[in-house]
Design a protein around this ligand. Structure first.
Ligand SMILES: O=C(CO)COP(=O)(O)O
Length: 249
């Protein structure tokens, strides 16, 4: 039985002050539910959120990590640094990182291994095709290629503990949501790939989220799809009431 998991991805939004204000309001709205919840925030807001959500079941996630422990990597953040803050999740391979910051399947794979082998931080691996690939009908092939490369050399029990987010790039921040059927179909494809690469148990356990213009108005329909276990929410996670309405889908 997979527990629904709704995570917010704040991207590069909110200062410390704004994060504190969000957390105060969100705590007053938040009631313990059967839904797992987390906010993935900019690095400088992680400790603020950990403190603000202490004593609640709201998780806190980072949006990236380096695969080395330390070194001359200007601008990067390491796993020991994240562990010290006590973060619960880490987004890996978001399409914006792949597109603007040279993230490749190879670095995604190294980062996943780092997290899974050396911490309890749960990776949220993002995969998804762009518009051109969708229009060419090659989305399944693209996503399969990403998953095979990103998970290379990672064992079944580790994969079973992860979260995979299917985020079609054409639906991110565009207001264009994949239809629940399109989203469900691709999440089913991903589950099928996991079964083929691993086994039935791993495929039954891995959490698969959909991400791309999820909002209170479409959350129920999306969450009602059999193969979708949750959502990775960008814009709508910046507003406490909207994010809460999605959690209460
Ligand atoms: O990229 C996303 C979450 O990681 C989706 O962003 P939006 O919900 O703003 O489309």
């Amino acid at each position: 039985m997979r527990i629904p998991f709704i995570a917010g991805n704040w991207k590069m939004f909110k200062t410390k002050k704004e994060a504190k204000e969000f957390a105060e309001e969100f705590r007053t709205l938040y009631k313990d539910t059967d839904v797992r919840t987390a906010i993935c925030a900019p690095f400088t807001q992680l400790d603020t959120l950990k403190e603000a959500f202490a004593g609640t079941s709201i998780g806190v996630g980072a949006q990236n990590v380096h695969f080395e422990d330390e070194g001359a990597f200007t601008g990067e953040i390491s796993l020991p640094m994240l562990k010290e803050i006590g973060v619960d999740y880490c987004v890996i391979g978001h399409s914006e990182r792949r597109q603007y910051f040279n993230e490749t399947d190879e670095t995604v794979n190294l980062k996943l291994k780092k997290l899974l082998n050396e911490s309890d931080i749960v990776p949220i691996l993002c995969v998804g095709e762009n518009l051109e690939q969708r229009e060419a009908g090659s989305e399944k092939e693209i996503v399969e290629g990403q998953i095979r490369a990103d998970l290379a050399g990672i064992s079944a029990d580790k994969v079973a503990s992860m979260v995979i987010a299917y985020e079609p790039i054409w639906a991110i921040g565009t207001g264009k949501t994949a239809t629940p059927e399109q989203a469900g179909e691709m999440c089913a494809v991903i589950r099928g790939i996991i079964e083929e690469l691993y086994d039935e148990d791993t495929c039954d356990r891995v959490i698969i989220q959909y991400g791309g213009s999820v909002k209170p108005e479409n959350a129920t329909e999306i969450m009602n799809m059999d193969e979708i276990d949750g959502a990775l929410v960008g814009g709508a996670s910046l507003i406490p009431q909207k994010f809460m309405d999605i959690i209460n889908f």
